[in-house]
Design a protein around this ligand. Structure first.
Ligand code: PYC
Length: 332
């Protein structure tokens, strides 16, 4: 049966965000982590239909808003991406909040701030507005921590690599510049994607990553390649691989959080320091360590990430399996 979704499209520093403003399913669960599980079980066809070609593309990413479960909070979000339903998405949060405020989809209790429930936990937002336009969004993320250091894994063509795995709302394998990896600027995006796909498979076959406070968050889902900055004022640059074919066009909010946690654990970044992270296309997020904390006894940080988004389209999209063999999308 044909289903129709009312979507508002934006991009955050270059990476897409498609907010489903109408047509999203009613989900069961007492928090967003449980609702995420319900969506994955019953409604994943919506994600596939709206994210993959022909309605989306390899990098497509989006969200669906739900009422908050705790009356203190303003709103709750489910992230939908080509990669699945991420527990947390930084660029998705910045885009979703920009759309939701500019389009009047939410009315925060305190103007200029939003308490957002995500599957990974509570995220505190502040945003700056000029007239109707949201100029910037800063999110204070869930606690981020370095999960493992100095792991060995063999990458096709490159050979043996030493990686760290860090959590910033998703688990990231961070590939720093080293003898067998010269830096992301030395390789093509297609090459980084092909290596990352294989590397992720090998990392997850050799090692296990489970969030100690929420076992539904598990597995190393993202590969963060590092390299030299374009803008000399930037702290670092990255190319984050996710899904099967995507490289984040934004500097990646959860990836930036994971990398800040890695630098913090190695004594390279301290509370209050700015961390200006550059993406593969040169767009920037500004990160900062807001708080030192712990996750299951491990040193952790609560990072903030600031960026901007641009709303550019209104999209009424139908998914009709009765007369469309590609209703639920495809990948080539
Ligand atoms: O910004 O956290 C992020 C993100 C994850 C995957 C793509 N973007």
């Amino acid at each position: 049966m044909k289903k129709t979704f009312f979507c508002i499209d934006a991009h955050t520093c270059g990476n897409p965000v498609r907010l489903v403003a109408g047509g999203g399913p009613v989900l069961e669960g007492k928090n967003m982590s449980e609702k995420r599980q319900h969506f994955l079980k019953e409604y994943d066809w919506i994600r596939k239909g709206l994210m993959f070609e022909p309605r989306g593309h390899d990098m497509m990413s989006g969200s669906i808003l739900y009422p908050a479960h705790d009356p203190q909070n303003d709103i709750a979000v489910l992230f939908i991406e080509t990669s699945g339903c991420l527990p947390m998405c930084g660029h998705g949060t910045i885009g979703t909040i920009t759309i939701a405020i500019e389009e009047g989809l939410i009315a925060p209790k305190v103007p200029g701030s939003v308490r957002l429930e995500t599957p990974a936990g509570l995220v505190m937002i502040s945003y700056k507005q000029e007239g109707k336009k949201v100029k910037s969004v800063e999110l204070v993320n869930v606690p981020a921590y370095l999960a493992a250091e100095g792991l060995q894994v063999t990458c096709p063509d490159l050979g043996e690599l030493t990686i760290d795995v860090s959590y910033g709302g998703n688990f990231y394998a961070i590939v720093d510049v080293q003898a067998n990896f010269k830096g992301l600027e030395h390789y093509g995006a297609d090459q980084l994607i092909a290596w990352a796909r294989e590397l992720r498979k090998r990392i997850n076959a050799q090692y296990q990553f489970v969030h100690p406070e929420n076992p539904t968050i598990n597995g190393c889902s993202h590969i963060l390649w590092t390299g030299s900055v374009i803008d000399k004022n930037a702290t670092a640059r990255n190319a984050v691989f996710y899904g099967d074919k995507a490289i984040d066009r934004s500097p990646c909010g959860t990836g930036t959080s994971a990398r800040m946690a890695q630098w913090y654990a190695k004594g390279k970044l301290k509370k209050g320091d700015a961390f200006i992270h550059e993406s593969i296309i040169g767009s920037q997020f500004v990160g900062r360590i807001e708080e030192e904390t712990t996750v299951a006894g491990k040193p952790a940080i609560r990072p903030s990430i600031e960026g901007w988004a641009k709303v550019y389209g209104y999209n009424t999209i139908s998914i009709d399996p009765d007369d469309d063999p590609y209703a639920y999308g495809f990948q080539v």
